[in-house]
Design a binder for this molecule. Structure first.
Ligand SMILES: [Fe+2]
Length: 364
């Protein structure tokens, strides 16, 4: 399907599901050429008086950002001269209508300052392309990343043009299968009490943290409220399933767009400390088709490749701001290994939430 292939560390039976942790499909992220011309989404801010522009909703910068937002759904501000997260946040807010307070059901995140979150994942793990919060019934329309500490040449984030990825995927048999069958997100949330005083091997998230409660009944009720099917396993393991389309209707373009990726599959943990050694069936996340049948290794390779084909790199510098549409772009990044004294820190802003509707029948 793709002219580029992933780095597959060990081969296996392509028609079988992934089981063996030594088989790892690592993304290539892009083709070497950005999927969109950079002038369509990049604004060089060096000539702007940024203190004035970030305070002016009808200034030239705000107008240009909103034009790019409407046109492509990705806005990349470079050479802003900004160093404080709160100023970068004001720049992002020129296109972000409303911010969402980070609510339960997702990964816990620390806060840098009010409404600016940390990226909730270990740096040494590569993060497959994904749409934020595709695995729960409430997602976010847009996000923004703000560069607080840079790691030039080694700290990239990649954005994949999901309009092109959707079109390419739907031309394949795998894409048609996804369209016909939908998906199920399986998540196993561990019990904090069970791990008290123990090393957290195989832990993704405890249900207490995920739902901000110590009460198992309340956790279960909150999960059901979010459209999840729940079941208790051994050691108060909360097993949740969420059945939904692999696509999502995007009102602005009035069409269905791909809204799923292997980031919710067991292979998400291929480079995670304390989880990557586990066989796939013992990992805390898994993706199956909506009829509970398994994705094959070939399906997973195609799923990774389709986003890689339309990738765009961002090599962060302090003060850079990216605002991106969660429907029109997937985002991800390679592993980052810091040397002593190095830092790479991004702040995250989440936009307005929406209730997932899945695909609409006549909007392909
Ligand atoms: Fe993310």
């Amino acid at each position: 399907m793709s002219s580029i292939s992933q780095k597959i560390i060990s081969s296996g039976d392509l028609d079988a599901p992934l089981r063996d942790p030594s088989i790892r499909i690592e993304p290539r992220w892009w083709t070497g050429k950005p999927a969109l011309r950079s002038e369509r989404f990049t604004i060089d801010c060096s000539r702007f008086d940024m203190d004035r522009e970030i305070a002016d909703q009808s200034g030239e910068l705000a107008e240009r950002m909103r034009g790019m937002w409407n046109d492509v759904g990705l806005v990349y501000l470079r050479n802003t001269g900004l160093t404080r997260l709160r100023d970068m946040r004001h720049a992002a807010k020129l296109v972000m209508d409303a911010e969402m307070t980070y609510t339960a059901g997702a990964n816990p995140r620390g806060e840098h300052e009010p409404n600016v979150y940390e990226v909730g994942a270990p740096l040494e793990a590569w993060l497959h392309y994904h749409h934020e919060m595709a695995y729960v019934g409430k997602s976010t329309r847009m996000l923004s990343f703000l560069c607080h500490k840079e790691l030039p040449g080694r700290g990239h984030t990649y954005f994949s043009d999901n309009v092109q990825a959707t079109d390419a995927l739907l031309k394949t048999e795998f894409g048609q299968r996804l369209r016909d069958k939908g998906l199920c997100y399986h998540r196993d949330l561990t019990d904090q009490e069970h791990f008290r005083g123990k090393e957290e091997i195989g832990v993704y998230n405890h249900w207490q943290r995920s739902f901000s409660t110590q009460d198992p009944h309340e956790a279960e009720a909150l999960a059901r409220e979010r459209g999840l099917v729940t079941e208790w396993g051994p050691n108060r393991l909360l097993k949740t399933r969420y059945y939904v389309s692999a696509f999502e209707h995007f009102p602005y373009l009035d069409r269905n767009l791909l809204f799923a990726s292997v980031a919710d599959h067991s292979m998400w943990f291929d480079a995670w400390p304390k989880v990557s050694h586990l066989p796939h069936d013992q990992r805390p996340l898994k993706l199956t088709y909506g009829d509970d049948t398994e994705l094959s290794q070939r399906d997973c390779e195609e799923f990774v490749a389709v986003y890689d084909r339309f990738g765009i790199p961002v090599d962060w510098r302090v003060g850079d701001v990216v605002v991106f549409c969660n429907y029109r772009f997937a985002h991800g990044r390679p592993s980052i290994h810091l040397k002593p004294g190095e830092q790479r820190v991004l702040g995250v802003l989440l936009g307005e939430t929406f209730d997932r509707v899945g695909d609409l029948p006549d909007k392909w």
